[in-house]
Design a protein around this ligand. Structure first.
Ligand code: NAD
Ligand code: UD1
Length: 337
């Protein structure tokens, strides 16, 4: 069995995927520039699995460094997580986002080609469904528009990968369109460790629960949803990580370009998530109703049937388990890693 290169493997989703890959018996090589993560996450991966990844601190924009990684290892496939992901920051720094995410991916593809490695699983996002499609989202819907530069990096990278496959049918490429990943490994050793004040709902609630932030703002209670608050398809990060193990196996056995949703197929409202978190942490979450946030939509959830048909994958955890695992990580690591 050849090695799997995981770009961005020290990050939130990458570290959980390393655990699942190691437990499935794969050899894992990680490249990460640690711009949004700490090497400690990989020490924790070792604590959980008893196995180590081979770590290179390097930037995917550095083709020489990438080439060296390919020459020193026997890499048969790549799971490509490395990228910048903060929506608001991408609006302020679009060039940095396009350069890091798109040029970084182009560098990676070039080095893969030079080393005759043509199998890639890519971190895409439900953000590619834009604002015009209606949930449940299916993979055949139009994905040509996004609402911010971050989202456009995913739209454009998917297009690049599709064109690459059309030009050379030896490639096998699976963009995984994640819905809203939350939660943490059940050990409480790895989880999400955002820089600064979190923008996303569950990391924000976690910091209110642990006493670092005062109050959650619920962005709008007048949407056309059952309780008026936004509905999203939250997915446990460990379910998501398991999806990558199955996707890479599928990609190694089948050539093609196949975008696949990873979601549960169910939506939860902001108030439902708050209630689940209150149950998990055993205390009330201080909150107020605030105006809608720019760019938000009422409802987003996946049609998750393609992942089941193609890889036999289904999400297992419900919102209560996701919140319980988030809280377990947060209370054990109140200041992150
Ligand atoms: P993360 O920031 O925790 O992980 C990304 C990792 O990539 C970090 O460790 C960072 O240091 C590294 N990195 C960034 N640029 C790099 C570069 N040029 N060279 C080398 N390493 C680099 O984020 P995450 O939540 O684990 O997300 C992983 C991927 O999934 C990203 O591509 C993200 O856009 C995508 N995604 C995330 C979500 C989410 O909600 N977390 C949703 C949809 C898609
Ligand atoms: C956001 C990004 C999306 C990205 C995803 C990563 C936007 C517009 N979209 O999705 O591109 O891929 O994160 O997970 O930023 N909410 C509150 N109070 C808060 C934070 C959020 O009420 O403090 C609400 C939001 O209005 C929304 C829900 O909680 O209804 C989820 O928000 P969030 O976690 O930010 O995810 P998305 O907006 O779905």
């Amino acid at each position: 069995m050849k090695d799997i290169l995981v770009t961005g493997g020290a990050g939130f989703i990458g570290s959980h995927t390393c655990v699942e890959l190691l437990e499935a018996g794969y050899n894992v090589v990680v490249v990460d520039n640690l711009s949004n993560s700490k090497e400690e996450s990989l020490n924790r991966v070792k604590q959980i699995t008893g196995k180590s990844v081979k770590f290179y601190k390097a930037d995917i924009l550095d083709k020489e460094a990438l080439d060296k990684i390919f020459k020193e290892n026997d890499i048969g496939s790549v799971i490509h997580f490395a990228g910048l992901k903060a929506v608001g920051e991408s609006v302020r720094k679009p060039v940095e986002y396009y350069h890091n995410n798109i040029t970084g991916t182009l560098c990676l593809i070039e080095v893969m080609k030079e080393n005759n490695c043509k199998t890639m699983v890519f971190s895409s996002s439900a953000t590619v469904y834009g604002v015009k499609n209606k949930a449940p989202y299916t993979e055949d819907m139009d994905t040509s528009t996004a609402t911010n530069p971050y989202g456009y990096t995913k739209v454009m990278i998917e297009q690049i990968l599709k064109d690459l496959y059309v030009s050379d049918n030896e490639w096998s490429i699976i963009p995984l369109r994640y819905f809203n990943p939350i939660g943490a490994h059940s050990s409480g050793l790895i989880g999400e460790d955002p820089n600064g004040i979190p923008n996303n709902l569950v990391p924000y609630i976690a910091q209110v629960a642990v006493g670092k932030l005062e109050q959650l703002s619920v962005y709008g209670d007048d949407y056309e949803t059952p309780d008026g608050t936004g509905v999203r398809d939250y997915i446990h990060v460990v379910d998501l990580a398991r999806g990558h193990v199955l996707a890479v196996k599928y990609a190694l056995e089948n050539k093609g370009f196949e975008p696949v949703n990873l979601g549960t197929g169910n939506g939860s409202s902001v108030l439902e998530v708050v209630a689940a978190y209150e149950k998990a942490c055993g205390k009330p979450i201080n909150k107020r109703i605030a105006p809608r946030r720019d760019g938000d939509i009422a409802t987003s959830f996946a049609d998750a049937s393609k992942a089941k048909a193609l890889f036999g994958w289904e999400a297992k955890s419900d919102i209560n388990e996701m919140c319980a695992d988030s809280w377990n990580f947060t209370k054990k690591n109140p200041n992150g890693f």
